[in-house]
Write a protein that binds this ligand. Structure first.
Ligand code: PMP
Length: 392
């Protein structure tokens, strides 16, 4: 069976160009970048090149890029490290209700440590209301952390407006750009973003590696102690191959951003139009325009999203309900709930995340199987309802 992968928001395959860059480091050039001999110097050079590539992709200086184990770590570090460094100025953090758990859980931890956290509402499209942000920023606010684009519904925030407000109010602005890099243009210096998290495996790079950009204008406390790596702030022998892969992945993603996003966006719009034409009671979750080019989050009335996901899996089609991190649990998506989506449609939501490799033929096949599956599940649901009726 030919399998079709439409879960690129969960992870992406490693690109062959990226693998080619990583191979020497995984084989012959295996030195420890902290060693003083030639093997060590070679490894250090690989890291320097990767750091420059990431910096160029994000629009910052090399010294502002810190390699981490992924966006979970970058988010944990950004929030706890910045809040601690500025504790003398205040104890208030502002975030949103639709952040990734790595932000939300860190904020909860900060609350236990004595910080005050405001979790902003979003509107029905997933957008933060700028007037609300302004309303909550006070004299004790030290940090605003708002994601660039949501992993479940793909809504892209008004980042420039948020960055401008943070700057005006003298508050630090961190953004989780894990889903946004390579999809939308982000230049941290131009936009006035102070800190930003990214991850390799969402960009056709390797898993287990990411980066945190921290502006030279701000300070952050160390995340790992016990070594001079990453300017003494994130100790531990560097994941050289992963870092090399991340550098190349960022370079490619930012290089090809225009062509890729145009292609993916038109496939996405075709997908949505076909489904809306062929399946009644289909609802698109998230913003209709301000959304990631590859994200399609749909709710189908009278259909359970998890059952639909499982049925599509039997045809070799990989999609997701909620985010990968929360799937497996039966908890309702905190993102859709925050957007005020009715409970039955939250239950019926399925995320299709396509990529530059997705073809029109694949979409046609998926739509065909979707039509069949939704019809089957609705029939079962109607039968179950009538059985319940008879039993009463
Ligand atoms: N933030 C967002 C928005 C994400 O989508 C993810 C991955 N699901 C993460 C953070 C965590 O990234 P990583 O897998 O690199 O830890």
């Amino acid at each position: 069976m030919n399998r079709i992968y439409m879960d690129n928001a969960a992870t992406t395959p490693l690109s062959s160009e990226v693998l080619a860059e990583m191979m020497p480091v995984l084989t012959t050039d295996f030195g420890n970048p902290n060693s003083l001999h030639s093997f060590g110097r070679d490894a250090k050079q690989y890291i320097d090149i990767a750091r420059s590539r990431v910096a160029r992709g994000l629009g910052c200086d090399d010294e502002e890029v810190y390699f981490t184990s992924g966006a979970t770590e970058s988010n944990n570090w950004a929030i706890s490290g910045i809040a601690r460094a500025y504790r003398h100025k205040g104890n208030h953090i502002i975030t949103t209700k639709i952040e990734h758990p790595s932000v939300l859980e860190t904020c909860r931890k900060m609350e236990r440590d004595g910080y005050r956290v405001t979790y902003l509402d979003v509107d029905e499209t997933g957008l933060v209301r700028i007037d609300q942000l302004l309303h909550y920023i006070g004299a004790d606010t030290i940090l605003v952390s708002i994601m660039a684009a949501n992993n479940e519904v793909g809504t892209i925030q008004n980042l420039q407006a948020i960055a401008n407000i943070a700057k005006e109010k003298g508050v630090i602005f961190h953004t989780d750009a894990t889903q946004a890099v390579g999809a939308i243009n982000l230049n941290v210096h131009e936009m006035g973003i102070d800190a930003m998290s990214i991850s390799g495996h969402k960009l056709n790079g390797p898993k287990g590696v990411g980066a945190l950009y921290v502006s030279n204008r701000i300070i952050i406390t160390p995340f790992m102690n016990g070594g001079e790596q990453e300017y003494g702030l994130r100790a531990g022998t560097s994941n050289v191959a992963g870092i090399v892969g991340l550098g190349k992945a960022v370079e490619i993603a930012t290089r090809d951003i225009l062509a890729n996003s145009k292609k993916v966006r038109s496939l996405r719009d075709y997908f949505i139009a076909e489904v809306e034409k062929k399946i009644e009671m289909t609802y698109l979750n998230g913003h209709s325009i301000q959304r990631l080019p590859n994200n399609i989050n749909l709710s189908f009335g009278m259909v359970d999203g998890e059952s639909l996901m499982c049925m599509l899996d039997t045809y070799g089609i990989a999609v997701s309900t909620g985010s990968a991190c929360s799937s497996g649990s039966t908890e309702a998506s905190h993102v859709l709930v925050a957007m005020g989506i009715p409970a039955d449609l939250v239950q019926g939501a399925v995320r299709f995340s396509i990529s530059k490799s997705t073809t029109k033929e694949e979409i046609d096949f998926v739509v065909e199987k979707l039509v069949e599956s939704v019809a089957k599940l609705r029939k079962i649901s109607a039968m179950q309802k009538s059985q319940v009726g008879k039993g009463e």
